[in-house]
Design a protein. Structure first.
Length: 213
């Protein structure tokens, strides 16, 4: 084929291709727009590595209530004693009446003085936790009776009963679900760390009788 004929043929093909390109591009663009209208894009958010999914609010609040109940029950069991330490009732059960006012050899206080110290210390902590007008006795004189002996025949039993009443009052406060165990106690002398839960531990260390063997 002559060169001039080949040139004409190539030019004709190029013109035909150039005319077809815009039409093909228009059809492709039309199909893309149609897909975008009919097929919405689905996005899925994945949790970040190392993070945990949050439980539904109802389930989380249920767990919180269960933990609160367990904590209150634990604190009350600690107040009852009988674990690392003997209970109050066990400590005084077999003590003869004639020894209540006697200081054992090498001891600084008699059983009567120790009993009164426990009663006064417990009353101080419990009343501080419930009464904004409470004022603590002077330390240390206000927490220890001077005489090693009870003042009369009924003083021992009265002190025991008062101790048990205040112990029951502390347990009732802890058991009340409306009370926040970690809120600062409503008292003008209370510090930020003076909470009902913290006072319970302070109370327990004050009233512990003797370790179990």
């Amino acid at each position: 084929m002559p060169k001039s004929s080949r040139s004409k043929t190539v030019s004709a093909r190029r013109r035909a291709i150039s005319r077809r390109k815009p039409a093909a591009q228009a059809r492709a663009s039309s199909r893309t727009r149609a897909k975008s209208r009919t097929a919405p894009t689905a996005t899925r958010t994945r949790p970040l590595a190392g993070t945990k999914r949050r439980a539904p609010a109802s389930r989380a609040s249920g767990r919180g209530a269960a933990i609160d109940r367990s904590l209150r029950a634990l604190l009350i069991r600690q107040l009852d004693g009988g674990h690392a330490y003997t209970t109050f009732a066990e400590a005084i059960r077999d003590l003869p009446a004639e020894l209540r006012g006697v200081r054992p050899d090498g001891a600084a206080h008699s059983p009567w003085q120790v009993l009164e110290h426990l009663r006064i210390s417990q009353w101080d902590i419990v009343d501080f936790s419930r009464n904004p007008d409470h004022r603590s006795p002077a330390w240390p004189a206000g927490y220890w009776p001077e005489s090693p002996e009870p003042p009369n025949a009924t003083a021992w039993d009265a002190s025991v009963q008062e101790f048990e009443r205040e112990l029951a009052a502390m347990k009732r406060m802890i058991a009340e679900s409306r009370r926040d165990l970690f809120a600062k106690i409503d008292h003008p002398e209370a510090k930020a760390h003076h909470t009902l839960a913290a006072r319970r531990w302070c109370y327990r260390s004050t009233t512990a009788i003797t370790p179990r063997s």
